[in-house]
Design a binder for this molecule. Structure first.
Ligand code: NAD
Length: 511
């Protein structure tokens, strides 16, 4: 496969790098990586040992004082060069993402573009790590805040955005002066190795030491959990399921480390009686089937006003019938496979539960069989009519299953339905009615971290802070002031006078 050669990827590779050096280690354990597109095993990755882990930590510790002493805009310049190099490799990188995860080539290319965009964003941000200045209550005193890097930031990522999640975290952490250790998902590790090779070239060209950007691929118990418990790592940015997020919060919390948690979603769209269906229908379809329903922001619940219900249902059934499912590297296909057979099992279980719990599958519900679907990971995008209270509706099934739920009454009713699940990531309303839109955006409106109007739940731009509330973890990454999460805040008071007045007017005379 040409794209693997273009990215200098071999069939057998180490999964651990301190920057430019790949650690060989004594590990006999290999991770066999197969593609959900064709089921072929295309990489054998040597898993990290505990000794490899210690080497990575040691190099990161040594690199931190060097990296933090570079002026932030100089760190931004390194990130700029990473972005330039990514541009040169956009096509093979996008192809690799599609082949490794099963998302479409368009989405794979979009993901690389997202990393390029975040690099560009970080170049500017590296000149804007500003703190607030305020007034002191004491005479001849100055009060202000400043931000300093934390040290080693560990980045643990989910399989579904095998490059973007690193970009969001590592590029921001880097301009803030941190060194990073990335533990990617074992379900999409080759994308991580490809990125590391690109970064390595930039580190080499700039004569930078080992330990600034490290990669470690290994088992959960030897590597993943070790990171969570390691007091040398002040920040763990974790993206994954709520179940694993709880473990992360517990273990890092016990040692009073910092976490950024980006966990699962169960995202809803409200279609009111005033919706423009020309906008709503394509947004719902892309939101529900894009990335085969494996985005944290995938549309899973659709609340349709009773007056528009049959119309929306008919539109969706027509659109679903036109969807082409197959090899995601072929431009004509809208949807590729799920990530692996376990994901297919979860899809099948959910489909069974929908019927068992009283819902009705109105489209799809089957695993696709035949020569066109060699990996046995392809499923039909699925529409189900359900009552909102079904337990299955409250779960995040990471698959293209969309629940159609009819609501009566005002927009408040739909908002209540949207808010009643545990997750709180993304939400949207389709309406042309000002009152409904503003109610949705008000304090009594959507309780999610993302609230969109007349666009779908997925496909966030990098300029905003990304993340969600409740079981989604409360973390924020990417744009806006999310960079502050990667730094420690320091409040500084300077006395430039000749007396020592105490705050709150407290008197303490020792003469
Ligand atoms: P997952 O929870 O199985 O794994 C995520 C990462 O955590 C992997 O690298 C995995 O190896 C690691 N991990 C899991 N348990 C661990 C433990 N005990 N200790 C240390 N590391 C551990 O998630 P997944 O199946 O890869 O991804 C899908 C999930 O991620 C979905 O719930 C999705 O909504 C969520 N997600 C959230 C966002 C967001 O920004 N909110 C983005 C992408 C994906």
């Amino acid at each position: 496969m040409n794209f693997l050669d273009e990215l200098y990827l071999e069939n057998k590779m180490s999964g651990t790098s301190t920057g430019t050096t790949w650690l060989s280690g004594k590990s006999k354990k290999h991770l066999l990586v197969s593609s959900p597109v064709d089921g072929e095993t295309f990489a054998h990755i040597r898993k990290a040992t505990v000794e490899n882990y210690e080497e990575v930590l040691g190099q990161a510790n040594k690199a931190f004082p060097v990296w933090r002493s570079l002026p932030a805009p100089r760190r931004g310049e390194i990130v700029r060069q990473i972005g330039l190099r990514l541009r040169d490799f956009k096509l093979p990188l996008g192809t690799l993402i599609a082949y490794e995860t099963g998302k479409t080539l368009q989405e794979g290319l979009g993901e690389v573009q997202e990393v390029i965009d975040i690099c560009d964003y970080c170049v500017g941000q590296s000149r804007m790590l500003y703190g607030m200045t305020t007034v002191s209550e004491r005479p001849d005193h100055r009060l202000f805040e400043q931000y300093h890097p934390l040290g080693i930031a560990a980045i643990i990522t989910a399989f579904n955005f095998p490059m973007a999640l690193w970009g969001w975290n590592a590029m921001i952490a880097a301009i803030c002066g941190n060194v990073t250790i990335w533990k990617p998902s074992s379900r999409a590790p080759v994308s991580a190795i490809a990125l590391q090779k690109i970064v390595a070239r930039v580190l080499e060209q700039n004569d930078l030491p080992e330990g600034i950007f490290s990669l470690i691929i290994g088992d959960r118990d030897t590597i993943g959990e070790r990171i969570l418990e390691d007091g040398r790592i002040p920040l763990v940015s974790f993206t994954g399921s709520a179940v694993a997020g709880r473990v992360t919060a517990g273990k890092v919390g016990r040692r009073l480390g910092k976490t950024i948690l980006e966990l699962g979603g169960n995202n809803g769209i409200i279609i009111t009686e005033h919706a423009d269906l020309k906008l709503a229908v394509p947004a719902v379809v892309f939101g529900a089937v894009g990335t085969s329903g494996q985005r944290c922001t995938t549309t899973r619940r659709l609340f349709i006003h009773e007056s528009r219900y049959e119309e929306v249902k008919a539109h969706l059934c027509r659109a679903y019938a036109r969807l082409k499912i197959g090899n995601p590297l072929l431009e004509a296909n809208h949807m590729g496979p799920l990530i692996d057979k376990n994901a297919v099992k979860a899809y099948q279980k959910a489909v069974k539960n929908i019927s068992k719990q009283g819902g009705t599958i109105i489209f799809g519900g089957n695993v696709l069989k035949g020569d066109e679907y060699p990996s046995q990971c392809y499923v039909e995008p699925t529409l189900a009519e359900v009552a909102d209270h079904l337990p299955i509706v409250r779960e995040e099934t990471f698959a293209p299953i969309l629940y159609l739920i009819k609501y009566k009454g005002g927009v408040e009713q739909a908002i209540a339905l949207n808010n009643e699940v545990d997750q709180g990531l993304s939400s949207a309303i389709f309406s042309t009615n000002h009152n409904q839109i503003e109610t949705f955006l008000s304090a009594k409106g959507s309780d999610c971290g993302i609230a969109n109007v007349n666009l779908g739940t997925s496909g966030a731009e990098i300029g905003g802070a990304f993340g969600g509330e409740k079981d989604t973890g409360g973390g924020r990454e990417c744009g806006s002031d999310a960079w502050k999460n990667y730094m420690r805040r320091q409040t500084v008071t300077i006395n430039y006078g000749t007396t020592l007045p105490l705050a709150q007017g407290i008197r303490f005379d020792i003469e």
